[in-house]
Design a protein around this ligand. Sequence first.
Ligand SMILES: [Zn+2]
Length: 83
Amino acid sequence: MTRKFIDCREFPSDTHCSVAISADSEEELLQVAAEHAVSVHGHSDTPELRAQLRQLFRDGTPPEHQPMPAQPAAPDATASRPH
Ligand SMILES: [Zn+2]
């Protein structure tokens, strides 16, 4: 059976929520995700919200570390050249 998960870290929010939720079935995940969206993110539990959440589900389990988005490369260290 494939686990399903949804990872709040993928969605930048004012609360910087780092919660990830996983479950064995979409129905379980949808129920918990909807409760989380309502209680933590202040959404309303509507069919539209649940449809949106369902689109964000992924197969597998949440990664331990979420890759940071577009991190700038190493600082442009201007090599101090001997004159
Ligand atoms: Zn969240």
